[in-house]
Write a protein that binds this ligand. Structure first.
Ligand code: SAH
Ligand code: SF4
Ligand code: F3S
Length: 450
């Protein structure tokens, strides 16, 4: 089949985690290579591709709503198509497959998380035949890395090192929609990283649902610390990684925060709960004491490392005492950022059949108390930056005020500073500049170029 999307405009709408964000860069890269032109809005787009998330119910509902509105949205006046092409991929595509077309017949293509590469031919077949195309695979034969990408930020790259997950936390749907964990060969990771360095990329984020278990399925069992060392060796300026499961965080990786200057002093270490009873029911395979011990070791290695975490409030059977264990753990750690989620029941996971009788208002009350603590902590954590000079990787003009530039500190804090006279935010994009911090808020730092 010959494929061309010349003359067609494309909008990719992405929900969920970095995995989907990275996939969306590959969808854009692949379809642009076949002639499609990216646009920002649904209105301008002849083709819309949704990369979906089903980790919580809210994301699920939003997708169905957005796809429904496509039915009545007119095409741009000079579109060569008679009808907008709509494709749904990502985790809901994987989970629901043909059911999506049955529920929403105006959907043209459904693809899963293991067959991104099939999207162009599915779109072409939908164009040629006018009938819906569904292809969802159970697992991928190999690590899908051969697709071109169009990066959102040319100076920062996401580099997947594993896909899938073997952990089966009892609340989580990810292992069912992303499949078993598969590691990418170390040589491939290194050659991709070298390519980025040659292109002038400043920051690489190594991605996986649990990067710490990298390599267990590969010949010779390379470890995650080997990936860190090899990527650091390429000379890349900044390295980050996500996500890191506490049960598999090794002493060697912790030590690298002290010894690898390019490894940024920030770590996302999801705790989920501070109650040992709930952690057990979640199948997390660590307890609060072990988590706090990791925090102690991390701070011994890198005094002012910025820690962030994920917490689920209202897991089935959570009591006030369980919640207070979580609250006290958060107080004890002092996080820079905490992503708080209300438990959302996912059909097919073990937690979905656990008795769950805590009233909604009680859970919401706990959630609000936690959010209040988290905001207070984030504000306090940022105060230590006042008066310091921090190297900031400039992302561009601030979205709220174009006279300010916006970028990231080593600890991944958002930093704003006035664009210096005689220069534009665009000139500084992708550069690392020193900023003297004179004000620190809950969610950003403010300063001026040093
Ligand atoms: N692999 C990553 C997280 C993937 S999902 C890790 O293990 O850390 C991102 C976050 O969503 C999780 O850390 C968890 O806090 C939250 N989450 C996952 N399933 C959820 C559910 N059913 N209800 C509420 N939050 C959930
Ligand atoms: Fe989900 Fe747990 Fe895997 Fe993270 S480690 S993706 S929370 S099952
Ligand atoms: Fe969502 Fe799928 Fe990521 S369910 S969190 S997009 S792996």
């Amino acid at each position: 089949m010959s494929m061309s999307f010349q003359g067609l405009t494309l909008c990719v709408k992405t929900f969920g985690c970095q995995m989907n964000k990275h996939d969306s860069e590959r969808v854009l890269g692949t379809l642009e290579a076949l002639g499609a032109t990216p646009v920002d809005s649904f209105e301008e787009a002849d083709m819309v591709v949704f990369l979906t998330c089903c980790v919580r119910e809210a994301a699920d509902t939003r997708l169905y709503g957005q796809v429904a509105t496509m039915r009545t949205l007119p095409l741009r006046p000079d579109s060569p198509l008679a009808k907008r092409l709509i494709a749904i991929g990502g985790c809901i595509g994987q989970r629901d497959g043909r059911k999506l077309v049955d529920a929403m017949p105006h959907v043209d293509v459904v693809f899963g998380t293991h067959n991104l590469h099939a999207l162009p031919s599915l779109l072409q077949a939908a164009l040629d035949t006018g009938s819906s195309q569904v292809e969802v695979r159970d697992a991928s034969a190999s690590f899908p890395t051969d697709l071109p990408t169009d990066r959102e930020q040319p100076w920062a790259a996401w580099l997947p090192i594993t896909i899938g997950c073997n952990n089966f936390c009892s609340y989580c749907i990810v292992p069912y929609v992303r499949g078993r964990e598969k590691s990418r060969p170390l040589e491939d990771i290194v050659s991709e990283a070298e390519g980025y360095v040659a292109e002038g990329v400043k920051e690489i984020t190594l991605l996986g649902q649990n990067v710490n278990s990298y390599g267990r399925d590969l010949y010779g069992s390379p470890r995650f610390v080997d990936v860190l060392d090899a990527v650091a060796h390429t000379g890349i300026e900044r390295i980050r990684f996500a996500t890191s499961h506490p049960k598999d965080l090794s002493d060697e990786v912790i030590e690298r925060f002290a010894t690898l200057p390019s490894l940024m002093p920030a770590l996302h270490l999801p705790v989920q709960s501070g109650s040992d009873r709930i952690l057990k029911a979640m199948n997390r395979r660590y307890d609060a004491a072990r988590y706090l011990d990791l925090v102690r070791k991390l701070r011994e290695a890198k005094g002012d490392i910025a820690l962030s975490t994920d917490i689920i409030v209202g897991f089935p059977g959570e009591t006030e005492e369980d919640f207070m264990d979580t609250y006290r753990l958060v107080e004890a750690v002092g996080y820079h950022q905490v992503f708080t989620f209300i438990y959302s029941k996912r059909e097919g996971t073990p937690a979905a059949s656990m008795p769950d009788d805590t009233p909604r208002e009680v859970i919401q009350g706990r959630f609000d108390r936690l959010v209040e603590l988290v905001q207070r902590q984030a504000f306090e954590a940022n105060q230590t930056e006042r008066g310091r000079v921090v190297p900031v990787l400039v992302e561009g003009a601030s979205k709220r005020d174009s006279s300010l530039l916006s970028g990231r500190s080593p600890k991944n804090q958002t930093v704003h500073a006035p664009v210096p006279a005689g220069c534009s935010a665009a000139d500084l994009q992708g550069r690392i500049v020193d900023v003297r911090i004179d004000d620190a808020k809950t969610w950003y730092l403010q300063g001026s170029l040093a």
